[in-house]
Design a protein around this ligand. Structure first.
Ligand SMILES: [Zn+2]
Length: 550
């Protein structure tokens, strides 16, 4: 960063800390407005210009004229980043996965050893299978970095695949220890995160060919848990504020299990539950840190009651052993209705305590279905058939059609007449109404049962493509409805984001209603509002002092 820009960002940060502490963390729009009006700012034309420009861009963002990166990389965006980074108490990262949150600096030296070792050919082939022919040779940190980040336009399937490189180096207890220590240190020093809920795979064995990892035959579930525990404990000894939760995660796809050794998914899952409980019996010091589980993976085939059967008894056993159940649901779906249904059944059958993602409960059905209809009509006019299995195809198939003839024409690419378009619109309208009704019903039950929800804006936008832009993320709407919320990054390296960036995205997405104090409270899990005010004031003292010193 050039010196002048750095100076500007610093000046902005000082002013931002002052105004936020003096106004007790009101909304971003109001904060900027008051800042721009102040006499002191008017005296400094560079700072004033920057604030005016940012304010303008922020408005542009709300009407799709400006993208999020423009805001994040603007000097005011950077100053706000600095503000959040300096906040006196650290943040609570509620949802982070091990494999997508290890950076290239961690992976490269370990991978290099493997690629220079005796199994070089096996590793190269595996890597090519997942990342393509061009992925080899890997000669630098940058080469690794390039492979482990999701590219523009790549979505969910690719996302699960590219976590592979990190999995290759997590082969024993020591590497798990190094990994959790490295993660804790990175997150704290770079993003002021001091509490981590880490999701990780307990059982590394699989019969899915592309998921198989050479060299991990010997690693036990115990090694994984103890390794991660040791790494976090080590960081905690150096930083006593640090807190962590180890949350073993289980793939929930009904076809994802070790079919060589188990008859059914249920048998395999029960065995994993046994093994987890045995580990805790053997090492009871782990209990306070391992007291919840999560289910992850592709949920598109997991929405009906029967789909939830395989894991039901295992989860119940865990509950009776004091575990809380968290679940990735409503993240992806075949149709929006099924996306709501999957959350509904996860609540009813698995009795989940926390919903991870839950995006199907935040999409506005009227917008979603209308925009879907627009895309379909555009194709229809061009006489394009709908591709089997595509989102449009699935939604059209699932609607209750008033006129079957119209449905066939839409699927087959026969242009609709004006009357038929009206018929399509009516079908779409009633579908949206019905799903909206269902969605509110499930959301209200969730609020009633105090099931909490973790919001992951970047992950949601990049992976689902189901809502148009960051500004449409439902966080603020959920907040107003009274949903118990948390914030997470999912796989921050894969998704090229970080905890503070996620906070900024939430703030920029609702600059009018979301209060800075509220965001700080949700992100730190500090419930005492006056204490937050006090901390803001402390921050002000520090920064004003810092400004006087050279
Ligand atoms: Zn996740």
């Amino acid at each position: 960063m050039n010196k002048k820009r750095e100076q500007l960002v610093n000046q902005l940060k000082v002013e931002i800390v002052k105004i936020i502490s003096e106004t007790n963390g009101i909304s971003l729009s109001d904060t900027l407005e008051l800042l721009i009006q102040s006499i002191k700012i008017k005296e400094n034309s560079l700072v004033e210009k920057s604030l005016l420009e940012f304010n303008h861009l922020l408005t542009g963002f709300q009407i799709d004229e400006v993208d999020i990166d423009t805001l994040l990389t603007h000097p005011v965006g950077e100053a706000l980043f600095g503000f959040f980074k300096s906040f006196p108490i650290p943040y609570n990262e509620e949802h982070i996965h091990l494999t997508g949150s290890l950076n290239a600096e961690f992976i490269y030296p370990r991978l290099k050893k493997l690629l220079e070792g005796e199994n070089k050919a096996i590793y190269e082939k595996k890597i090519k299978d997942v990342y393509g022919e061009d992925s080899i040779p890997i000669n630098s940190i940058d080469d690794v970095d390039n492979l482990i980040r999701l590219k523009e336009g790549e979505q969910f399937n690719k996302y699960l695949e590219i976590l592979y490189l990190a999995k290759l180096v997590l082969v024993d207890r020591k590497s798990h220890e190094d990994a959790s220590y490295h993660m804790a240190k990175e997150l704290y020093t770079k993003f002021n995160v001091g509490q981590i809920r880490l999701k990780f795979t307990l059982s590394r064995s699989t019969t899915i060919e592309t998921e198989k990892i050479p060299g991990i035959e010997d690693i036990t579930e115990e090694d994984v848990v103890l390794g991660l525990y040791d790494g976090f404990k080590k960081f905690q000894q150096e930083n006593n504020f640090f807190k962590f939760i180890l949350s073993p995660s289980f793939r929930k796809e009904n076809n994802f299990f070790d079919s060589e050794n188990y008859e059914t998914k249920q048998d395999h899952f029960n065995a994993q539950v046994n093994s987890l409980l045995e580990i805790l019996d053997k090492h009871s010091f782990l209990r306070p840190y391992v007291s919840e589980v999560d289910t992850v993976g592709d949920e598109r085939e997991l929405y009906r009651k029967v789909h939830f059967k395989q894991m039901k008894s295992g989860l119940r056993r865990l509950q009776y052993n004091g575990f809380q159940i968290r679940s990735h649901h409503g993240e992806t779906w075949k149709t929006l209705k099924k996306g709501v249904q999957s959350v509904d059944n996860a609540m009813n059958i698995w009795h989940i305590d926390t919903l991870e993602h839950g995006l199907s409960l935040g999409i506005n059905p009227n917008f979603y279905y209308h925009s879907l209809m627009q895309r379909v009509l555009e194709k229809n006019q061009k006489e394009e058939k709908l591709k089997e299995g595509s989102q449009e195809y699935n939604e059209i198939q699932d609607m209750e059609w008033h006129d079957q003839n119209v449905k066939e024409k839409v699927l087959g690419g026969t242009p609709l007449s004006d009357d038929e378009i009206i018929s399509f619109t009516k079908t779409k309208f009633h579908t949206a109404r019905e799903v909206e009704h269902y969605q509110h019903d499930v959301l209200n039950r969730m609020i009633n049962k105090q099931v909490s929800l973790v919001a992951l804006p970047s992950s949601n936008l990049k992976l689902t493509g189901c809502f148009p832009d960051y500004k449409d993320h439902p966080f603020s709407w959920w907040e107003k409805k009274g949903v118990k919320l948390g914030v997470g990054t999912d796989n921050y390296i894969t998704l090229s984001t970080n905890f503070i960036q996620e906070m900024l995205i939430l703030l920029f997405s609702d600059p009018i209603n979301l209060k800075i104090t509220k965001l700080l409270m949700v992100s730190t899990k500090e419930k005492r509002r006056p204490f937050i005010s006090h901390l803001l004031w402390e921050m002000r003292k520090e920064i004003v002092k810092g400004k006087v010193e050279p």
